[in-house]
Structure formats: structure tokens, C-alpha cells
Write a protein that binds this ligand. Structure first.
Ligand SMILES: Cc1cc2nc3c(=O)[nH]c(=O)nc-3n(C[C@H](O)[C@H](O)[C@H](O)COP(=O)(O)OP(=O)(O)OC[C@H]3O[C@@H](n4cnc5c(N)ncnc54)[C@H](O)[C@@H]3O)c2cc1C
Length: 461
């Protein structure tokens, strides 16, 4: 016999879970949410938000340097890691409290505990042993850093979780990984003055992004002094006097104060008792769901990173909201996972939406490419060696803009708006007909007239 009966039990108070719990409660459902760590989840506590705060901190290095060309004399700046981390922690604590207040106001019960399935309708709260029965269950347990194969010395390696709480700024850091988290942390530490070596097992960083973007950003990062080592892995890490040594697969040894792996993330399904509930996971260990986020058990749903669809905060939030609307709001709401904009908050930023050139050429009969590379206006006086890159991928059959890829200052802000145009099916002619706003970088998006390339193939789908 369960200690409590509910309409909905949510596992995990992160982006997806909190949104789903609040909306379901708004529809009158009796809801409990369990959180084993801190309310707010990865995004708020050790993901997007603290990351962006560190990105802001790291960018001042360039601002101080660039100021000279505009007539400013800046005394030699100094940086204090402890101030940054303390201020960041205070802001995260404030946000955590705001999330808790939101749940309280929505009359969602918060259980500060790990929750595991006893069976398909019952969960056990580990901290108290309490059993809770619910009509519906939402798995919103997120994901965790995955360090890859166990190599000798792996116990010395940190993940992004620890990078937010280092007792001091490393002078030298080796980061293994080629995804957005690895690249962002490489730029954060580089901007704050550390010597950064980025090691990636593949041929080029940022797999999945447009190939031109990958080339362009690699050059930019290298120019800023980040050492990028591709086609290699860290095979062992040993502790030495005053730091660590990372052994690379081709024999090089790199000294560092910290070694960080950002080699991917795994859905949090271990020990959750999914077998006891009959919930199926797919080959990659993620909870299997349909387009309404329903698992193999009809009254159990899953949203966010634990389903490994598009692992971004706004997607988890949208999935959580759609779940609550569908199950408690009386209207079936599927989530459209196409054309999700994404950014890499490196220096300079990347913004991307829609198809890459390679994807478009694979899927479409005709593809037109427009692209431009130029020196951003600010760099003319600052003297900074940097270039902005912009690319539009156009369906040659319909003239629709099906992809946009940017590298440059404020690329993340630009791509959010370009995403609206891609979503509503704007054509290249619509872009051309839009008046430019001068002088901006974004005006280049509506003034690219010359095709850089045009492809056609006969046997397209
Ligand atoms: C370093 C980093 C930077 C990122 N930057 C961005 C970015 O710039 N933009 C962006 O959109 N996304 C970013 N992300 C991804 C984003 O954080 C995730 O996609 C998002 O948080 C997923 O939300 P979620 O609800 O699925 O899971 P989470 O937010 O991870 O929440 C899951 C929660 O469940 C809890 N939990 C797990 N198991 C249990 C259990 N059995 N019982 C109770 N509680 C449990 C966890 O403690 C966690 O709090 C970043 C991620 C990282 C790691």
C-alpha cells in the first residue's frame, strides 16, 4: 500500500520536469516532483547558465585588448577566479530558489530525494523510504557526463560538473572532446589566461556542424592560441609534482594543472528501476518514446535529455509542456524537433539552424549555397585578427532557405531570429526583398547575391 496517491509523479526537477510539473498542476493535477541534487537541473546548476556567466567573464580579455584601438588606455587588468565563482554561485542559488518558489506557488510537492521505480505505478523515495503511487509518471532525469573508456588515471580527470567549482584557475588545462561543451570550456579557460590543449579523437572538431563552420572556427581558435590536437586521444593521466601529465595516443606527453573530459553525456537511467516498471530503453541507453513522449508503458512518459532526442534546454522545456498539455490539458501536442536553432558560445560564437550543406546535398535535388567571409567592423580599429563567416543553404527547387550557419560576434542572437524565417519557410527571394540594416553584420544575411555553389543531382528523394 503506497503512502500517497498522486495524479503525476515527476522524476527530476530540471528544465523538462519543472515545466511539466507546473503546467500539469495548473490543470488541477496533484503533482509531486523528486530531485536528488539541486532544483533547476543541469541547465541552471551546472550547464547553460553558469557556463554563459563564465563565457562573459572570459570575453573581457578581448575587450580590454580591443579598447586600445579606440583610444582607451586600460591599466594592466588582473583577474580573480574566486570572485567570479562566488558571484556565479550566488546567482545560481538565487535561480534555484526562484525555481523552488515557482513549484511551491503551483502547489507541486517537492521531494528532496532520489526516486526509483518499485513497479509501473509506484516509486520509492530513497531518502525516507516512502512509497508513492501515481496515475502518471514522467521521467525527466536528464543526463550525466560520460568519461568514455576507463583509462589509467581517470580518477584525476574532471568533467564540466567540477569545472564550475575548481578551487583555482588552472594555468594549463588539457581538455579532451570535440563537442560544444569542450569547445566552450576551451575558450573560457583560454580567455581567462590558461594555456589550453584540446584533444579530439576525430578528424575535426564540432562533428554535426556545417563543414565550413568547423574549418573556420578551428582557424579562429588556433589563432587565439588554443592548441588543437585531432585524431588522438588521451590514453592515461598521471599525477606528478605540481600537476598532471596527459599521455596522448601518438606518444606526446602534455603537462597540465587540470585534465578535463567533455566526451559526451549519457541518459540518467542507471539504477532507476526501469525494468521493474517495464520501460524500454533504446540501443544508446535512452528511454524510448513516441512523438508524444510516451514510453513503452502507456501511463509513463519521458522528456528531455533522458530520451536523447535534441539535448537542449528549450527542447526539454517544450517537451515537458507538451506532455502536460496532452495528458492533463485535454489536447494532444506533439513536439516538432526540426529546425531547432543551436549555438556554441565559443569565441567567436557559432549559430546554426536547419540543414548543413552536406545534409542538404544528401536530401535535396538542387541546392544553392551563398556564403561570405568578412572582417567585422570592430576589428578594423581594434586590429584583432578575426573573420565573420555566414552561409545560407537554399533548396534550389523551392527557393526556401533550409539552413543558416554563422560564426561571429552575436551569432547566437542572430540565429534565434533567422530560425523564425526558416521555420515559416521564407525563401531566398524573401531574404533579398528584406531591407538591410546598416551598419551591422546581420545585414550580410540579406545582401548575399552571388551563389557560391550550386548542386543538382538526379536521384534525389
Ligand atoms: C556544460 C553544459 C552546458 C550546456 N549549455 C547549454 C546551452 O547553452 N543551451 C542549451 O540549450 N542547453 C545546454 N546544455 C544542455 C541542457 O543543460 C540540457 O539539455 C537540459 O538541462 C536538459 O533538461 P532535462 O530536464 O532533460 O534534464 P536536467 O536539467 O539534467 O534535469 C534532470 C534532473 O533530474 C535529477 N535526477 C536524475 N535522476 C533522478 C532520480 N532518480 N531521482 C530524483 N532526481 C533525479 C538530476 O539531479 C537533475 O537535476 C548544457 C549542458 C551542459 C552539461
Amino acid at each position: 500500500m503506497a503512502d500517497e496517491d498522486l495524479d503525476l509523479f515527476v522524476i527530476g526537477a530540471g528544465s523538462g520536469g519543472v515545466r511539466a510539473a507546473r503546467i500539469a498542476a495548473g490543470y488541477g493535477a496533484r503533482v509531486m516532483i523528486a530531485e536528488e541534487y539541486r532544483v533547476g537541473g543541469t541547465c541552471v546548476i551546472r550547464g547553460c547558465v553558469p557556463k554563459k556567466l563564465l563565457v562573459y567573464a572570459s570575453r573581457f580579455a578581448h575587450d580590454f585588448e580591443d579598447a586600445a584601438g579606440f583610444g582607451w588606455t586600460v591599466p594592466r587588468p588582473s583577474f580573480d577566479w574566486h570572485t567570479l565563482i562566488a558571484n556565479k554561485d550566488r546567482e545560481i542559488a538565487r535561480l534555484e530558489l526562484a525555481y523552488e518558489t515557482t513549484l511551491e506557488r503551483a502547489k507541486v510537492k517537492l521531494a528532496r530525494s532520489r526516486a526509483v521505480f518499485e513497479n509501473a505505478h509506484t516509486l520509492r523515495l530513497i531518502s525516507s523510504g516512502q512509497q508513492v503511487r501515481a496515475k502518471h509518471i514522467l521521467i525527466a532525469a536528464g543526463g550525466s557526463p560520460y568519461p568514455g573508456e576507463r583509462i589509467p588515471g581517470i580518477e584525476h580527470v574532471i568533467s564540466s560538473n567540477e569545472a564550475f567549482h575548481l578551487s583555482q584557475l588552472p594555468n594549463r588545462i588539457v581538455i579532451q572532446g570535440g563537442g560544444y561543451i569542450a569547445i566552450e570550456f576551451a575558450c573560457i579557460f583560454n580567455g581567462l589566461g590558461a594555456n589550453v590543449v584540446l584533444v579530439y579523437r576525430g578528424h575535426n572538431i564540432l562533428r554535426g556542424f556545417d563543414d565550413d563552420v568547423r574549418e573556420h572556427i578551428r582557424d579562429e581558435l588556433t589563432r587565439q592560441g588554443i592548441t588543437i590536437v585531432c585524431d588522438q586521444t588521451v590514453t592515461s593521466v598521471s599525477k606528478e609534482e605540481g600537476g598532471f601529465t596527459a599521455q596522448l595516443s601518438r606518444g606526446d606527453r602534455v603537462g597540465a594543472d587540470q585534465v578535463m573530459f567533455a566526451t559526451g553525456r549519457h541518459p540518467n537511467v542507471n539504477g532507476l528501476g526501469l525494468e521493474a516498471a517495464g520501460v524500454r530503453v533504446n540501443k544508446k541507453g535512452a528511454v524510448e518514446v513516441d512523438k508524444f513522449s510516451r514510453t513503452s508503458v502507456p501511463h509513463i512518459y519521458a522528456v528531455g535529455d533522458v530520451t536523447d532526442r535534441v539535448n537542449l534546454t528549450p527542447v526539454a522545456v517544450r517537451e515537458g509542456h507538451a506532455f502536460a498539455d496532452s495528458v492533463f490539458g485535454g489536447r494532444q501536442v506533439p513536439v516538432d524537433h526540426r529546425n531547432v536553432p543551436s549555438a556554441v558560445f565559443c569565441e567567436p560564437e557559432i549559430g546554426a539552424v536547419g540543414l548543413t550543406e552536406a545534409q542538404a546535398r544528401e536530401r535535396l535535388a538542387r541546392v544553392d549555397i551563398y556564403k561570405t567571409v568578412f572582417r567585422p567592423m570592430k576589428a578594423t580599429l581594434s586590429g584583432r585578427e578575426t573573420r565573420t563567416f555566414m552561409k545560407l543553404v537554399v533548396d534550389g527547387g523551392t527557393d526556401k532557405v533550409v539552413g543558416c550557419h554563422l560564426v561571429g560576434p552575436d551569432a547566437s542572437e542572430m540565429i534565434q531570429l533567422v530560425a523564425v524565417t526558416v521555420k515559416i519557410g521564407a525563401t531566398k527571394a524573401d531574404f533579398d526583398a528584406t531591407m538591410a540594416l546598416h551598419p551591422t553584420a546581420a545585414e550580410e544575411l540579406v545582401t548575399m547575391r552571388e551563389k557560391a555553389a550550386s548542386y543538382a543531382r538526379e536521384a534525389a528523394e
